[in-house]
Design a protein around this ligand. Structure first.
Ligand SMILES: NC(=O)C1=CN([C@@H]2O[C@H](COP(=O)(O)OP(=O)(O)OC[C@H]3O[C@@H](n4cnc5c(N)ncnc54)[C@H](OP(=O)(O)O)[C@@H]3O)[C@@H](O)[C@H]2O)[C@@H](O)CC1
Ligand SMILES: Nc1ncnc2c1ncn2[C@@H]1O[C@H](COP(=O)(O)OP(=O)(O)O)[C@@H](O)[C@H]1O
Ligand SMILES: [K+]
Length: 503
């Protein structure tokens, strides 16, 4: 699903208005109708609803929703901070249409704000939407601060007021801290990035029927990975398939004190369906691997404690995953250097393999094309240098992928896949229970397995991050977020595959 910028959303509006055709006021009515439908499923008419409306169309949505809710018997009050001299036409029309019976409080100074709203109330934030053009200051900022002090649930209309949809929000701006954001048609880029996403709470997309022709034609490098896309990537096992059908993966990693990392990758690779798995570990890891993962074949390095060479005959593997628990010994760096000079099957690089790359520019230049790299933000910073903000980090991601013709899976709450051709794909599965050591090692195992089974690089990234997060979501349902540990991810990977194929 493409993500649109604020400018593209305006163009989508204009196109829909002209081509459907529909008046701008009716389009607002449709948006308000979608809001009301969602709210009515969640709240009873007795719930006090406090609707704060700014001067633009976001405020117009709030006013239209107030009318529709009131007509359905809901307990609604409207609050209008009075600053702007130029309300939008659709705001004015909806203010005129507001039933007399709805109490309206005009806020001229912060003294006009009630002391505190009831805890069971719901606040609808319709102050500003995607039309924000500068930092919120003065009375608007005071209203935002007041809303942020309330214990009542705050639901943002379209986007939390004060937040920029697709650029860094100025640090001096007041921003509404929403519990829930009900956004129209498409999520905003800001929802997916850590510094801005924290204001959004749980977000839901409400379709409002923007013109499908526009949505199909508009170009956007930003996309959200959807269930429907990922589902089509699952492959059925044919009756006469055998272990040779599902590829042979090689995982390389582990060092003294870090054998757990490569062990978890190995479990995950097997649960992700690879036909055969070989794991290369330093000698110290032999008994550990053979005992913990009896399904895997084990090769030992000449060195006792860390990697010093790769096995011969690399071409019998369909993918090599390198990095979990690897360590950063000089021997290991040299081994990578000689590896990159060979003709290789596809690679997945993680953890210390990335740190070794980061420390050696020449090594980076030899990176085989089509490699999948899986850095968390700190590892990514080591590869590219520091980012000024989340949007700059995306630029760095784009140039890194283009320069090295590789796929980078930048891990986080909304993991972002960068491609050599400059697209960004954001994942929507996963939860904060996954913020625990070893979950990244599991991802490496899954990706190596899928790639070894013949999945192309981008499809491997889609399927891998989606399944990894879905396994995390199922694990959180069963174990709770706090107690979720990395091994739960491969424990529930089978359930994730099943859920994906059944939906
Ligand atoms: N397709 C869709 O998704 C649909 C979207 N719809 C809705 O429209 C919303 C976008 O509406 P919008 O363009 O009118 O912008 P919005 O954010 O309400 O405010 C702009 C006003 O605020 C002002 N202003 C700006 N910054 C300011 C500041 N810092 N401090 C003070 N003032 C500031 C600005 O004034 P100016 O910059 O000109 O001075 C202007 O008057 C969108 O989020 C959604 O809710 C639906 O109705 C229909 C379909
Ligand atoms: N808040 C979160 N929401 C969703 N996924 C998360 C969250 N925090 C971490 N994750 C996921 O957990 C994994 C952590 O990987 P990483 O930092 O490499 O861990 P490790 O190095 O311990 O294996 C990533 O796939 C990341 O996307
Ligand atoms: K808003």
């Amino acid at each position: 699903m493409k993500i649109l910028t604020a400018a593209q959303t305006r163009a989508a509006d204009a196109y829909t208005i002209a081509q459907e055709p529909i008046s701008s006021l009716d389009l607002m009515e449709r948006a308000a109708g979608a809001l009301v439908q969602w709210l009515k499923q969640k709240y009873t008419p007795e719930t006090p609803l406090y609707i704060f409306c700014g001067p633009g169309n976001n405020g117009g949505d709030g006013l239209a929703a107030a009318r529709l809710l009131h007509n359905d018997g809901y307990n609604v009050q409207v609050f209008l901070p009075e600053v702007s001299q130029n309300p939008s036409a659709d705001f004015t029309q909806n203010l005129d249409r507001l039933p007399q019976a709805i109490p309206v409080t005009r806020i001229q100074t912060s003294a006009d704000l009630l002391s505190a709203l009831p805890v069971q109330a719901v606040i609808l934030d319709g102050l500003f939407g995607s039309g924000i053009s500068r930092a919120l200051e003065g009375l608007y900022a005071e209203v935002v601060t007041y809303l942020n002090q309330q214990e009542a649930t705050v639901i943002a209309i379209d986007i939390p007021s004060g937040l920029y949809a697709d650029a860094p929000t100025p640090s001096e701006s007041a921003v509404v801290q929403a519990d829930v954001t009900l956004t129209f048609e498409r999520p905003k880029l800001a929802f997916l990035l850590p510094a801005s996403g924290k204001y959004v709470g749980v977000w839901h997309v409400l379709p409002i029927g923007l013109h499908p022709e526009f949505l199909a034609q508009v170009e956007s490098p930003y996309q959200v990975i959807l269930l429907d896309t990922v589902k089509t990537l699952l492959r059925k096992r044919s009756k006469f398939s055998h272990k040779g059908t599902f590829g042979h993966a090689l995982l390389v990693g582990g060092s003294y004190g870090k054998m757990g990392a490569i062990t978890m990758s190995a479990h995950a690779a097997l649960r992700a369906g690879v036909g055969l798995l070989t794991v290369q570990v330093p000698k110290t890891g032999y008994n550990i691997l053979q005992t913990a993962v009896p399904e895997a074949m084990v090769l030992t390095d000449d060195h006792d404690l860390h990697l010093s060479q790769f096995p011969d005959e690399l071409n019998k593997y369909q993918c090599i995953g390198i990095g979990p628990g690897l360590g950063q010994a000089e021997d290991s760096r040299l081994a990578l250097e000689s590896l990159f000079r060979q003709k290789l099957p596809p690679l997945v690089l993680d953890a210390d393999a990335l740190n070794l790359l980061a420390s050696d520019r020449l090594l980076r230049q030899q990176l085989p094309p089509d490699t999948i790299l899986t850095p968390h933000p700190k590892e990514f910073e080591r590869l590219t240098g520091p980012a000024i903000d989340d949007f700059h980090r995306l630029q760095l991601l784009q140039s890194f992928c283009a320069e090295h013709a590789c796929y980078v899976i930048l891990k986080g709450a909304h993991t972002c896949i960068g491609t050599p051709s400059g697209e960004f794909y954001f994942n929507t599965t996963g939860n904060p229970g996954m913020a625990t050591g070893g979950t990244g090692d599991v991802l490496t195992g899954i990706l190596t397995s899928l790639r070894a089974q013949g999945c192309p690089a981008l499809e491997t990234c889609f399927l891998g991050v989606y399944l990894h997060g879905l396994a995390g979501d199922i694990a959180a349902e069963a174990e709770g977020e706090t107690s979720l540990i990395a091994s739960d991810l491969y424990k529930y990977l089978g359930a994730a595959f099943q859920r994906l194929s059944s939906r």
